[in-house]
Design a protein around this ligand. Structure first.
Ligand code: EPU
Length: 343
């Protein structure tokens, strides 16, 4: 937990952009965190997890604190469930694999999502029909100003699509220390979403297992999402926007083929990837998908993902994202909202 000065954040963000922290330290437990906060009262802290949902567009003039709280433990179990607590600094995917190896079910569809356990409730991570809120039990977080540890139940987190109180009402106020998940002892497989069934057939899976579902998800994700180790990115850059059913029908008249999914409340969720692919830099004559300016680009296999081919700056990626927002808005009258946090 040594305090370092003028540290490059490039290795700590999956976009791989350069930005420097005036001060930087890591912590492996709440005592270390409290000590760092206590001994640096004048420095504004910035808590970093896996760095997989952040775009740095400038240097950070305060204290970056990297959460490295580890540990996975089984708290208790009942007939149906096990309650598993994980440190916020555990890698999400390693945690998923750990649970699968013990036959604890519920997060296999969330395989290969970059980032750490602590970020999972923050933005209610989701993929292939499952969101963290489906398995979330509670979490502990340190209130930065008051230095008290507070427990948040699922209700307290007020989860929404890629949303929680930690992104809105309590933004920047808490450090998530650990999270507990309620996992099933007997799986309820959820393979109806997207291409999972097709992939399982392709893999010639005869008997479903948590591992098979996880392998299918990994294969699908790997086929269209860039590996951040090779090409910098932060997954979906934008959220899929929702519109009313009437608005969707109007859009469909003008733009046959537009992709939308039913929300539980009767509205429609538009596939932002489709909107981006079907608008473009030259007023839509060629789509954004695969577009590249310098080292910033729109991924060639999934238009919702912006990438850094090497030495793009955060500003360049942000500018590209704004150009995309503008052209989607001009063509479809829909303003895309960012999923990624900008600093
Ligand atoms: N589509 C296109 N062009 C594209 C991309 C998508 O037309 O370039 C259309 C296709 O019709 C496709 C549909 O959009 O069938 C949906 O695409 P996909 O299944 O790839 O999912 P998504 O809606 O683009 C969301 C999540 C992903 C998650 C997948 C699978 C958001 C913002 N993104 O993407 O999450 O992995 O569903 O469940 O909700 C992330 O949050 O970082 C992330 C990768």
């Amino acid at each position: 937990m040594q305090l370092k000065e003028n540290v490059s954040l490039k290795p700590y963000n999956t976009f791989g952009v350069e930005a420097r922290a005036k001060y930087f330290a890591n912590f492996t437990n709440v005592q270390e965190l409290e000590e760092l906060l206590h001994s640096n009262p004048g420095l504004q802290p910035f808590i970093l997890g896996g760095g997989s949902n952040i775009l740095f567009t400038q240097d950070y003039n305060g204290l970056v604190l990297k959460n490295e709280i580890s540990g996975i433990s089984e708290l208790h179990e009942d007939n149906e469930y096990v309650y598993i607590k994980a440190g916020a600094g555990e890698s999400w995917h390693q945690f998923v694999l750990h649970c699968i190896s013990r036959n604890w079910a519920g997060i296999e569809n969330l395989s290969l999502i970059p980032g750490n356990v602590g970020a999972s409730p923050m933005q209610n991570i989701g993929a292939y029909g499952v969101e963290i809120e489906n398995v979330f039990w509670d979490l502990e977080a340190l209130h930065i100003k008051e230095r008290s540890v507070v427990t948040f139940t699922k209700n307290d987190c007020d989860f929404g699509y890629r949303e929680s109180v930690f992104k809105r009402k309590y933004k920047g106020q808490f450090v998530i220390l650990n999270a507990t998940f309620r996992l099933r002892k007997k799986p309820h497989y959820n393979i109806s979403y997207g291409a999972i069934e097709q992939q399982l057939a392709l893999m010639k899976v005869k008997e479903l297992s948590l591992k098979a579902v996880s392998d299918a998800v990994i294969a699908i994700r790997s086929s269209k999402l860039p590996d951040p180790v090779i090409t910098g990115n932060a997954g979906s850059f934008f959220k899929n926007p929702s519109v009313s059913k009437t608005r969707f029908e109007e859009l469909e008249k003008h733009f046959p083929g537009i992709v939308g999914y039913n929300n539980a409340d009767g509205t429609k969720k538009l596939a932002a990837g489709w909107l981006i692919e079907n608008s473009g830099p030259k007023n839509g004559t060629s789509g954004w998908k695969g577009y590249r300016v310098g080292d910033a680009g729109c991924h060639e296999k999934q238009a919702l993902v912006l990438v850094n081919y090497g030495s793009a700056t955060g500003q360049e990626i942000l500018q590209l994202s704004e150009a995309i927002q503008q052209s989607v808005n001009e063509k479809f009258g829909v303003m895309l909202e960012r999923e990624v946090n900008i600093f």
